[in-house]
Write a protein of this length. Structure first.
Length: 437
């Protein structure tokens, strides 16, 4: 996702695991219906550098839709830190939007609530057919063997962004390809009040994304084949410790990053306070903060050794945004028309180009704009070296439990408390017990 997601509170996440089948959202009495569509409500995720930026980007497109269909779309851009909580509350209260964006890693969890419209053949045909979309993107829209719970909207992967001026001043002539190189470069860059790498230590989902990738490199999946948590495996513990050690041991992340959760690491990068950051499609944010394209570069996320995509060298989770419809909307026809509009070739090219993401629609992806160097890194990573997060019904609990454990370990590192294999394992064991309750 463009802005990294924050996981929801455990109490709400548990409702998913219990299989809540709430009514879902839908238009209020002042909205439309299938017979007389007037209004749709749409919760958009924060993809740009700010809520206001997203409103400026989306409002003209929603006006186009209104001109074409006569349906007015009431837009609310919801911060990632609030979005999952809001969605889960809507599934139980019945008070929610008609159409909404969801992080693709939530698809199986939200599918389990029964509140979202299943995208069977008939519904896909209504928006142009399932075969318009990249297979891997559709695969991230729900549990295997079931009709997807959403439609892919924006596809994303992680890249390593680096500040070219900072690298030149430190005598570094190329971005690191391995973690050892990243640490070595990070130490050269961490001087005079500046730091090598930025992080979002209080952002639970970002914690999950980074430790999941490192877990893959250590041979850990965090769940076994039966879907049982394996958070305390040697590989999972090693992955989490490696991530926290960037601050605790290697001293290449500022202690204050332990409290970051609202994209502060991107601001630090744009201001030259940090030289590297692991992120999804950061170009528009950098531009909004005064950086020119020539000021920064993008490279594949490092691996232990060798080349991303070979063997265990996964270097990103499969990221992206899906578009869902609450099943009990009073304007289901209008909602499907809106999804068709947003996934049309024209809108896919425009919106993904604006956000720096990759269109999940095949024909739109062929546009030359998606061959730019930084976007090509994301595109190639998705195609060659990204792995999906576990498609399990309690994925949101996983984000909350393990994400919180990692957040607590960041706090330990920032406070100068020892971060050992034993302390990491203890935090993860507590997270695993939470999942099994």
């Amino acid at each position: 996702m463009r802005t990294i997601r924050a996981a929801a509170a455990a109490t709400l996440a548990i409702s998913i695991a219990a299989g809540v089948t709430g009514c879902g959202g839908g238009t209020s009495s002042s909205g439309g219906s299938n017979d007389s569509p007037k209004t749709l409500t749409y919760w958009a995720s924060n993809q740009g550098p700010s809520i206001e930026a997203d409103k400026k980007i989306l409002t003209p497109e929603l006006k186009k839709f209104e001109e074409q269909t006569g349906i007015k779309v009431k837009l609310e851009v919801v911060p990632w830190a609030d979005l999952l909580n809001r969605i889960l509350a809507a599934t139980t209260s019945g008070q929610g939007p008609d159409v909404l964006n969801i992080g693709n890693t939530w698809s199986a969890s939200l599918q389990a609530t029964g509140a979202l419209l299943p995208w069977d053949k008939a519904n896909f045909d209504a928006i142009g057919g399932r075969d318009r979309f990249v297979d891997s993107a559709v695969a991230s829209a729900g549990a295997e063997g079931k009709d997807p719970s959403a439609v892919p909207l924006y596809s994303l992967a992680y890249a390593l962004y680096y500040n070219k001026k900072s690298f030149a001043e430190a005598g570094i002539d190329k971005p690191p390809a391995t973690w050892d190189e990243l640490v070595e470069d990070g130490k050269k860059l961490s001087r005079n009040g500046k730091w090598g790498l930025g992080a979002e230590g209080s952002n639970l989902s970002n914690n999950i994304h980074q430790t999941f990738v490192l877990g893959q490199q250590h041979g850990a999946d965090f769940f076994d084949a039966a879907g049982k948590p394996t958070f305390t495996s040697d590989g999972a513990v090693a992955a989490v410790k490696q991530y926290i050690d960037f601050m605790a041991k290697d001293k290449i992340i500022a202690p204050g990053n332990a409290e970051y959760a609202q994209n502060q690491s991107l601001t630090d990068f744009a201001k030259g306070k940090t030289a590297m950051v692991l992120w999804q499609a950061a170009a528009s944010t950098f531009a909004s903060q005064g950086m020119k394209p020539e000021d920064w570069g993008a490279a594949p996320v490092p691996v232990a050794s060798g080349t991303p995509g070979q063997g265990k060298n996964v270097n990103s989770m499969v990221a992206g945004i899906n578009m869902a419809v609450f099943k009990n909307t009073k304007n289901i026809d209008g909602a499907k028309k809106f999804v068709k509009f947003m996934t049309s070739d024209a809108e896919q090219k425009l919106l993904n180009k604006t956000y720096g993401s990759i269109p999940p629609v095949k024909t739109a992806q062929a546009d030359a704009a998606f061959s730019a160097p930084d976007v090509a890194v994301l595109r190639d990573t998705l195609a060659k070296s990204a792995a999906p997060l576990p498609q399990v019904a309690n994925e949101s609990q996983f984000e909350t439990a393990v994400g919180t454990a990692v957040k607590e370990l960041w706090a330990d590192a920032a406070a100068g408390r020892p971060v050992t294999t034993e302390s990491v394992k203890a935090r993860l064991e507590k997270a695993q017990q939470t999942m099994q309750q």
